[in-house]
Structures are given as C-alpha cells and as structure tokens.
Design a protein around this ligand. Sequence first.
Ligand code: PLP
Length: 764
Amino acid sequence: MEIYLDANATTPVLEEARLAALSVMAQAFGNPSSIHGAGLRARALLDEVRATARRVLQAPTGRLLFTSGATEGIQTAVLSAMVHLREQRRAGRQVPGCVLYGATEHKAVPEALAHWNALLGLELRLLPIPVGTHGRHDLAWLRAHAAQAALVCTMAANNETGVISDLDGIAAVLKGRDALWLVDGVQALGKLPLHLIERRIDYAPFSGHKLYAPKGVGLLYVREGAPFTPLLAGGGQEGAQRSGTENMAGIAALGAVLTALEGGQTFAPPQVLARWRDQLAQALREAFAGVVFNAPFEVSLPTTLNLSVPGLAARTLLDLFDAAGLRASGGSACGSAKARPSDVLLAMGLPAWQTASAVRLSFGAADSPEVMAEACRRLKACGDALREACQTPEPAAVPLPAEGITRFVVDAACCYILADRAFRECVVVDPLPELTQQIAQWLRCRGCTVAAVLDTHGHGDHASSAEALRAAIADLLPPPEPLDALGWPLGAAELRFGAQRLTRLAVPGHTQDSTVYLLADAGGLRAALVGDTVMPGALGRSDFPVSAPLSYVASLQALEGAVGRHTLLLPGHDYDNRLATTLAIECAAQPLLEGALSGRLGAEAFAQAKAALERELAPTEFDTMACGARVDDCGMAERVEVRPADLHDWLQGAERLVLVDVREAYEQRLSPLARNWAGAAGAEVEAVPLSVLLSRLPDWQRLPADVRLVFCCRSGNRSAQAARALRRLGHRQAYSLAGGFALLPQADARVHRLNQTPPPAAGF
Ligand code: PLP
C-alpha cells in the first residue's frame, strides 16, 4: 500500500470533490453562459462556489476569477501589472524600474516575469530578494530597494521548505509605496489565513490541486482597484476577464473542498498537523543518524519537512522511501528527475551537502493519524534496511557478503572495489574524493581488509583521493610498504587478494603513467580495469601536458595482446551508463581504435586524427572536463523495454525467462520483487543490484541465445541501463520492464485512499 507524502506537489482528490465533479459531468453539465435551465443551473453553481471562495479567502471585494491553476493566475497578475506600467510610462509618468521577487519563489513567478518583461519590451530589472538561512525574505534588503520597485512578488509559503513568509513584515515595508504586490498563495490555501484585504495584497493566485481538488482549476484574487488585463480574450466568460468555457467539473470539485474547509470537519487543525510533523521528525531522527531539517519548524507549514541525511544522496533516500511505499520527492516535483541541487536551498545559503541531498516529505490536512503512524513505522524500517545494507556508519549485525566487483559512480567517473568473497579481501581502484567515507564504511561493514588502493593514472587536473582513503582505512591495509605514485607496491610483479590476482600493463597515452590492471582468478583473466585509455564510445583525450599521444597506438596494441578483443573492459569514465565494454565493441564503433589495432594508422597519423577530434572538447553535462571525445552513441536509441502485459504473456510461454531486480540491496530488503508483483511468482527471479551487475555480466554473456533476461527496478531507468549493457555485450534477449514497478497493475490497485486506515504492511 502506497503512503503518499508528496502533498506539496499535488494532493489526491477529496471524495466529496470527486463526487461533486462526477455529478456535474453526469447531470449538471450545462454551460453557464446558456440561458436555458441547464445553463442557469451551472451558473448558480458557479456563483455559489465563488461566494464560498470569497468567504474562505476573506476576499469580500475585488475580482475573484476561476483559472486553470496558479501558473495561469501568476501570468494574469504579472501581465496586468506590467501592462499598467507600460501605460504609465506611455503617459509620461515616472515609474520605478525594478521588479523584486523572492529568491525562493516557485519558477512560475520569475519565468513569468522574464517572459512578459521581454514580450512587452519593458526592460525592467528583475531582482531576487535574498533570503536568510531560515528561508525568510531579508526585510532590510527589501526596505533598501522598495523605492525602486514597481512590482514585488513574494510567496506566502514555500513549496520546497514550507517556510512561511513574514507577510506582515513585507506589508509594513511596502506601506505607503506604490509598488504592486503579488502573493503566491498556492501552498498557503487551507493552511494559513491570508487576510487578503487587510494586507493590501494586489494579486493572489491559488491552485486547486494542492488542496484536494483536481488539476486544472484555480483562483486568482485581484484587489479592487488594482490594474487588470485579461490574459485570455474570447467568448467573454468570467465577465470578459477570463474567456473560455468554464471548467465546471473542476469548479464544482473546488467548491466541495472549500465547503469542507469552511465546515471544519474534514481537515485536521494546525495543532494536530504540528503533532504529526513532530512524529515524523522523531521517526526520521531514529531512522537516520545525523538527519538535519533544512527549515526551522517554528516558521514553516506544519505539513512540510525538508531534510538531508549526511552521506546519503537524495536519490538513495528517494529510492529507499519508494521501496517502502512512501512517495516523497527531492526538492520540488519539477526538479525531481534532475540531480541538481535545489535552488531554494542554495538561495538559503545552506551547505553544499545539504542542498544536494535534500528530500521533501509533505502531507495533507486530510491525512489520518493511522496513516502517519504507518509512515513513521516505514521510515524506521528504511533506517533498518540501510543499516543492514552497510549504508550507515554503524556496523551491520551480520556483515554482508562482498560481491566480486562493485562499481560506484560520481558524475560519470567510476570507482571499483574488487573483492574476494571467501577471503573478504579487496582492492579499490580509482577512488573518488566524494566517496572516501562511503567506501570506508562499505569495507568496514563487510569486515574486509584491503590489499591496495590503486589509481589507473595520475590526473593532472585533480589530485587522487587515494591518500585520503588510505588514511581513512589505515587499519584495514597491510603494514606500510613503499608504493609507486599509483599505489602499486614497489617491485611487486603481481598483487594477490584472496584467490584473485592483479597484474598491470603500462599503457602511456591518455597520460604518461596510464596503467591497465588485469584481474584474474583460478579460471583465468576475468576483466581489465582500463581507466580512461578506452571508454565506451571514446578514447581518453591525449592533449594534456602529461599525455603521451605518440605512445597511444603501441599501448592499444599491447592491451589487445594482453586481453584479446572480448575481455570485459571496466572504464574510468562511463558517460552513457554502458557499464562495460570490449575492444571488439569499441573497434566497431571507433574508427580510430580500429585503425590503431589493425595497423592502418601509425603513431603519428593516429595522434593527428585524435588531436583533431579533441580540439575544443566541450565540458560534460556534469560541468566536468570531458576525458575523451565521444564518437558514438551506440545502442542508446535502441528500445529495450517490454510492457508488463507482454511480460505476462512471456511468463506463460515455454522459453526460459529470468527476472532480475537491479535495485540496491536496501530497496530489495524493503520490498522484494516477488512481493512487488504477484506475477513474478513462478518465474526465475534474481536480485542483482546495478552496483554489482558487473560481477554477473560474464555469466549472462554465456547464456543460450534464447534465454530472456528481463531487468526491473523502481522506474525503469536502471533496468534499461542493465538491458542495454548486456545487449551491447552480445546477449540480445535482454529487456527492461517498462515504467518499472510503478506501472505494474498490482501497484496501482493498492494506492491508499483518503482517510482510510491502512492495513499493516507485512514484513517491513
Ligand atoms: N506556486 C507554487 C508555490 C507552487 O507550489 C506551484 C505548484 O507546484 C505553483 C505555483 C504552480 O501551480 P499550478 O500547478 O497550479 O500551475
């Protein structure tokens, strides 16, 4: 059962609202502009909802228009204010040249300001009002700039942090000034009294879907006498202030919500909401050591908790919550697909780790104590799952096995832990500074010792973090011995850890010191860690002062001599999530590599062709320096998805089919695949987290060609990476479950309904 803790993004639709909308669609479907009975009934409903809205918003006078939502309301308000300014200017009046807007406004405000400013050719200066670490506007700054302001935009409460603006303080600063004032009331509706009239607010947009009405309906309040220009012209609806036939189903639903709000029975009062928040905060503290809340509760909506956990990326926390059936979001919903730090938290000046790992839990006033209690229980279960999966500083009660090859990725840079499972001995290759603590924790929690920390090359542009990692795990390393600059014990021909063995091969080119590590066990060569010498779709750039471009061809030929064309190559950078490659695959995709290995290109010609490719290499999408020129996007466009319905059919068929859950161990603990989808029962099921997939790729490459492997995960993203990687490596029957678990029919059927006591979720 799903517990929805993302109410600031949108809310479910209140039962009464749903019924009101259905009744309008089924019976009272008239057009309020018609003058026959059906139309008159619709008109009466429209008037009644508007009257209720006026009472709820304490807006007896002024305009109150139905809109499609807050974005439209904001456009209308901004357009109205800016057209007024243009008229003033045209009439030769002196008008201030700035618009001030809160630095933490929802994007709809600054984007609308920039849009209309440009379209109307006003050339107003748009200045963000800074906020303090508490998230509230800097009133001293506002005071200093208010005289230059033609329009001031400040939200009532923030969607990411819940921080409530000091509207009285702002009103006091603006008192006696001509500046128009827009207050985005979206997150305040139903949670805070806005006193629209008393505060002399000029424009206040609202949105139905943030308060249990459906999407596509909203309200815009415009103070009596404030400038107004319609955004939509046409049939003259809403007194010609907002043309377009009214969304009667949405308006009826909004009316039902506003009536419930007036009635006072449906929604929990502020003190109850504050108690629920305290319960959630306490559960979070128990689950996640060191959790910090990114906005002070004293000045925040009681329904919003914005938090960061040291050492845990937002993505990890969200995956974890999702596995526990808790739907939360990272920062704002618009931003949750991107791994960018939150602009709101950046504006608050919070430390980088907090801004990059922030997660938002937001509930609604129609939730119930039972739902909150279950949410708390699941949060604690999340903490337990993390501990058991070695993701927290405390040691696990039972150490986990150390898988053969574990991969960590930061902005496309890859670090590997090679482990001998039986002996619990490891080697770390290409440690990254962001991972020092995480890797130390990983090793300790599994009770591993470490034979070496190695780099595949010196970087030139940044220092290796191997030294920092060695210091953090000094007690796990062998007694100090002399090492070369890449961490290899001086004079050693090979490095043994358990039953595994590493040897090395010098491959000058990308850098003079570039080195390949060859991983072998009793069964022979298993993989080569090639650093940036060969990457999926690219060769390492060789235009650094520390590069050796004329040695590249000989190095590639030496690599081929040592590993052949089909050994798995594990790269130092993997820009397109291809996981691993081989010389055969890269030869087919990269003419330069093929030229070097076939002897078609000599050292000089190769170096020249490569230099031409690398001229003015753009930075990566992570704003890091590109380590090579990518020349192919091999396989990225290929569709690997299988729809749940087709998978169902396949399961009935005769072919062998293996379902592989590639979520990380902590997610699998909370909701094993078989529990996620009853249809999985009876299928062959494997749990292989994406981070350790490399250990299994060679086995899957050897599968008979007709065995279907279907990878699955939370959203279909990680499983697509796995399926593509395996296809490139030769097993064509590799698929990704489209849409992930979220689209499986069973998952839909169990969404929690409002005010319904959730059944206890077994086994969390
Ligand atoms: N303003 C705030 C504070 C919001 O949270 C949102 C929605 O996330 C909007 C404006 C935009 O609202 P709508 O989705 O109704 O256009």
